[in-house]
Design a protein around this ligand. Structure first.
Ligand SMILES: Cc1cc2nc3c(=O)[nH]c(=O)nc-3n(C[C@H](O)[C@H](O)[C@H](O)COP(=O)(O)OP(=O)(O)OC[C@H]3O[C@@H](n4cnc5c(N)ncnc54)[C@H](O)[C@@H]3O)c2cc1C
Length: 444
């Protein structure tokens, strides 16, 4: 091997994390990047996604933001309302994201974000996608990891690599296998929450002036109530209004592993939000019978390590989060960019040095773990605050809401200027460049 570009990279999973990782490595000049994906195509759920400035910074550097931006909506403000009355608790203006952080805060369709990343990958001859091909197991984690993969209609075969980046999601089998090798059990955490994801068409809303105002806005609206909330925003050039909910998980409680989604009943959904205002109900009523889909929201206990040998976990595989901060996919894409930065620092004479490679991946973990853990905790904390029932804590929360962020603090951490500053100004690649050597030295 002449230099780091010759390292053979295997990426497991073509979700947001896998696509971002493959593209980041290609942009660094790596010549051989194989992406294995169980599904036959990208297969993203019909749902919206928020793209905060910190991830747009990365997407821009990867050369794919221009395409994604064409379909994205700039968020100008956020309105937090009492679910039962539609009375506004706080209105936080966000007109100056570009000035403050260099990039906007946008909403978009998941398919648009995925397509932008995928098209970026397709322009890179180094990246080879293997759809309908599952990684069955990692046979060895070090020095040169080997994997067994199985095409849907074919025989298993072995893949050799120099580095494996496992972005195989919340159900990550690589994580389970890695922890088993290290003598620890993989412990998923039940959040007790589930989500409905809903997309309403403009044509369904435009007859109702109040609904039309919502879809025509640049506003993220959150309706909150005890133990539940709904967040909503326009996507797709305001042709679609996206709603994502969070409510107590009553349907998955017994189904521990196999299924994370289920066809829900419209009657139940309306019942869950029965205390919410007529405006919300006019939207929920538009969901076609038989098209209610509920998702279980899961996380995982903090992992003792994200790295074993020459294998590293990425995205939801290592830091799954509740969605209340809208940072899950953003963090997964950032992970890939940081990994590429770290691995490109392996000197030519160390390319066959298993210890050096493993330490390099460990630096990635040292760079990412404190930041992502803080965000995961903050998302959970924010959810608890949003879901408060009557009492002193709720009164204090609503008093803070009334200040509308003038103190720099809003109880909905997603909308809180202090939290936004901390997350949106964070340049993960710059941080990796600045601290790589120092962190590597701590491992020597
Ligand atoms: C309701 C909700 C709203 C959200 N909103 C936002 C938001 O607004 N902004 C945001 O940034 N994030 C948001 N998120 C979080 C975000 O969706 C996830 O954090 C992100 O998609 C994780 O990406 P990933 O690539 O790590 O995992 P995944 O997207 O789960 O991808 C994993 C991929 O690996 C594949 N795979 C798994 N096992 C194997 C195998 N053995 N072999 C081959 N392939 C395999 C899977 O098929 C899948 O394609 C939200 C999440 C939810 C639930």
């Amino acid at each position: 091997m002449a230099d780091f570009r010759d390292l053979r990279i295997v990426v497991i999973g073509a979700g947001m994390g896998g696509l971002g990782t493959a593209l980041a490595f290609a942009k660094k000049g790596f010549k051989s990047i194989d992406v294995f994906e169980t599904a036959s195509n990208l297969g993203f759920v019909g749902a919206g996604i928020q793209m905060p400035p910190n991830v747009i910074r990365v997407l821009d550097a990867l050369g794919c933001w221009e395409e994604i931006e064409k379909d994205a909506t700039d968020v100008r403000d956020t309105s937090i309302r009492q679910g039962s009355t539609n009375v506004e608790l706080a209105h936080v203006n966000m007109p100056d994201m570009r000035e403050k952080y260099g990039f906007p805060h946008c909403t978009g369709h998941r398919a648009s974000l995925a397509a932008g990343l995928f098209n970026g990958c397709k322009r890179e001859s180094a990246i080879k996608f293997h759809f309908s091909t599952a990684v069955v197991r990692v046979n060895s984690f070090t020095p040169k990891p080997t994997l067994t993969v199985k095409p849907r209609d074919g025989e298993e075969y072995t893949v050799e690599s120099d580095l494996v980046l496992a972005s195989d999601g919340i159900k990550s089998a690589t994580r389970t296998q890695m922890l088993a090798e290290l003598g620890t059990a993989s412990e998923e955490e039940d959040t007790g929450q589930a989500a409905y994801r809903i997309m309403l068409k403009r044509s369904e809303m435009e007859h109702d002036p109040e609904l039309l105002t919502l879809i025509d806005s640049d506003t993220v609206v959150r309706w909150i109530g005890e133990r539940r909330h709904i967040i909503a925003y326009p996507v797709d050039h305001k042709q679609i209004y996206n709603l994502s909910t969070a409510q107590p998980d009553t349907h998955f409680a017994s189904a521990t592993n196999a299924t994370y989604t289920t066809r829900g009943s419209k009657k139940t959904m309306l019942e869950v939000y029965k205390d919410f205002c007529p405006l919300v109900h006019r939207m929920l009523d538009l969901v076609p019978e038989g098209e209610v889909c509920e998702w279980k929201l899961r996380t995982h206990k903090a992992l003792p390590t994200w790295v074993h040998g020459a294998v590293a976990l990425v995205g939801d595989a290592c830091h799954p989060t509740l969605p209340h901060l809208s940072q899950g996919a953003a963090m997964a894409i950032e992970d890939g960019a940081v990994l590429a930065e770290c691995v490109s620092r392996i000197p030519a004479e160390k390319l066959n040095d298993a210890d050096h490679i493993s330490k390099t991946l460990k630096v990635y973990e040292l760079l990412r773990k404190p930041h992502t853990s803080a965000l995961v905790d903050l998302a959970a904390f924010s959810g608890r605050t949003l879901h408060l029932g009557e009492g002193k804590a709720k009164e204090e929360r609503d008093r803070l809401f009334k200040e509308n962020g003038k103190s720099g603090v809003v109880p909905d951490k997603w909308a809180s200027p202090d939290v936004q500053k901390m997350i949106y100004s964070y340049d993960c690649v710059k941080d990796a460049k600045e601290r790589f050597e120092e962190l590597f030295a701590t491992l020597s």
